[in-house]
Design a protein. Structure first.
Length: 558
């Protein structure tokens, strides 16, 4: 198994982070109770209530990035709960006086795994709430962080979830009607009726609903939301760059005990040109490559050893026959689909991945997790691949057998040009949204198209709107979305929204999208740094998105 080169890279990155923390005096120390994961406050019994002043809390270098909200770790404090029995619990920060993010983890401090679905920002106003099932004997770690650098009075509550009493309804004697879709309750911040929209745009905020080709409901299939911490059969890395100043370290792992193959595609954002290759991974094998160099198959690469650290590429190579290098100036994304030895897609959900964007000039590293779509193992996938959706269509008569792109993405973000909350004036933040449509025909390399609608809410819940079309991929500086000539007039600009975090909903009327936000921090003499953000998925699309793969090659698989 080839891990030495990867371990060396990870060790180097960790050393760099620790060194920077020491230089800037940001190493965490116990400022308040529960300030560090290792000193988490114990939730001894339920119901539990605790009030804490987090204004002096610090952030440890190994604090995980919350997979919801804006991903901020500011003023983090920790609680731990080990249940004696299996049950469902609700945790919240209601009655706190600042904007919180509540995320939940299992594992060990310094090596934590996010609990799927147990992360929330702004469930009740600016406060957070999660409900999830816990298992007896497992320790659950709660991290409460602030979306900005200012903490405040935290009120943390944990209680057993209330189970509603079932109400029996008499069975009607008439013939039942067609399958009914339950009404979904929106959780977004309401817009006050007495607050006019400050800056109207020429684009209408009315979004026509999707029109399914076939309206009958699909039974037995429950496609869900994308994942960033679970195994998947389709993974997307929305941002891959390889140019004179920036490169991307790609890491993909097979989490199963079986041999796994994946058909991968680099898609260039400017031309929609695609480069196809296949990777093959033995059981439990992680692999990596640098985007600009690729990964040639080379059995003669010297193995890693205590005396040989120059061993990048040693061990079992993943390429079939190799992973191609990207041309200079590439900007786009990577998508990989799990396949079997006949090159047919399968739903075994064995892939996870990360991408690290590296500034070759400064050494700055920004990492994000691949977005995964799990497949339904009870359905034999075919062509085309049907992603999500709650109804059947002519192309997808069985509905969606992979998890799908959501109906709406919600992003908490800093306005473009806002004062850097970590450094202060004159440092500023430049915010970007990477967007790519999920539906696409990779067999013909036909460029997809989609119009993205943006509905913004500032800190006072005032509403703004904008819209912009995207092709096969877009990396958008947000103030250029609605005002490409003079960004100072943009509704995304700090001149309109101020320096406080704002929230935007992104949705489309013609197909699902993937969204990856990130920030470039312009810090003057300290140089620029990049921070990857997180978007929250909400709702399921009415129709599946269709992903079509090229015909399988004629040569046999390894």
């Amino acid at each position: 198994m080839r891990t030495c080169g990867l371990h060396r890279a990870a060790t180097w990155l960790l050393s760099k982070v620790v060194l920077l923390a020491l230089l800037h005096g940001s190493v965490a120390h116990a400022a308040v109770p529960g300030d560090a994961c290792s000193g988490a406050l114990a939730v001894a019994s339920l119901p539990y209530n605790n009030t804490e002043d987090t204004s002096a809390a610090t952030t440890a270098t190994n604090d995980p990035t919350p997979p919801c909200g804006n991903g901020a770790k500011h003023r983090s404090v920790w609680y731990a709960f080990t249940p004696a029995t299996d049950l469902v619990i609700t945790a919240d920060t209601i009655d706190s006086d600042y904007d919180t993010i509540l995320s939940v983890y299992t594992g060990f401090c310094g090596s934590l795994t996010s609990v799927p679905g147990a992360c929330n920002d702004n469930a009740v106003g600016l406060q957070s709430q999660v409900s999830f099932a816990v298992s007896a004997g497992t320790t659950y770690y709660f991290m409460i962080s602030a979306t900005t650098t200012t903490g405040g009075t935290l009120v943390f509550n944990v209680s057993p979830a209330t189970t509603p009493t079932a109400t029996q309804t008499a069975t009607p004697t008439s013939t039942p009607t067609a399958t009914q879709t339950p009404t979904q309750t929106a959780t977004l911040t309401p817009v006050p009726t007495d607050t006019p929209t400050p800056i109207p745009t020429a684009t209408s905020t009315s979004i026509p609903p999707a029109s399914p080709t076939v309206t009958q409901a699909v039974s037995g299939l429950t496609p869900g939301q994308p994942t960033i911490d679970g195994g998947a059969s389709i993974i997307f890395m929305p941002l891959v760059v390889a140019d004179a100043t920036t490169d991307t370290l790609i890491q993909i792992s097979n989490i199963s005990n079986n041999f796994v193959m994946a058909e991968c595609f680099y898609i260039a954002g400017d031309s929609c040109a695609q480069t196809e290759f296949v990777i093959a991974l033995i059981k439990q094998q992680p692999t990596h490559w640098v985007a600009s160099r690729g990964r040639p198959t080379d059995a003669s690469a010297p193995v890693c050893s205590p005396t040989n650290f120059d061993c990048d590429g040693a061990g079992v190579d993943p390429g079939v026959p190799n992973v191609p290098p990207l041309p200079d100036g590439f900007q786009g994304f990577l998508a990989c689909v799990e396949i079997d030895k006949s090159y047919s897609p399968i739903s075994d959900n064995n892939l996870i991945g990360t991408a690290s964007i590296v500034d070759k000039t400064t050494g700055d590293v920004a990492q994000y997790s691949a977005v995964g779509l799990a497949g339904n193992p009870d359905v034999a996938p075919g062509q085309p691949l049907c992603l999500g959706g709650q109804t059947a269509t002519a192309e997808c008569p069985a509905g969606g057998y992979y998890d799908g792109c959501p109906d709406t993405w919600v992003v908490n973000f800093l306005p473009d040009g806002a004062t850097d909350p970590n450094v202060g004036t004159p440092a500023t933040v430049e915010t970007h949204f990477v967007i790519l449509p999920c539906a696409r025909d990779l067999a013909t390399a036909t460029p997809p198209g989609s119009t993205v609608h943006y509905l913004l809410y500032d800190q006072y819940s005032q509403r703004f709107s904008a819209a912009k079309s995207v092709g096969c991929w877009s990396d958008l500086q947000i103030s250029l979305i609605d005002s490409p000539i003079n960004p100072t007039y943009s509704v995304f600009n700090a001149g309109i929204l101020g320096n406080a975090p704002a929230q935007v909903q992104l949705t489309t009327s013609n197909g699902g999208i993937m969204v990856l936000p990130y920030e470039i921090h312009h810090s003057g003499a300290n140089g620029d740094g990049t921070a990857m953000g997180a978007a929250h998925a909400e709702g399921l699309r009415a129709q599946p998105d269709v992903l079509t793969l090229p015909p399988p090659p004629t040569e046999p698989a390894p």
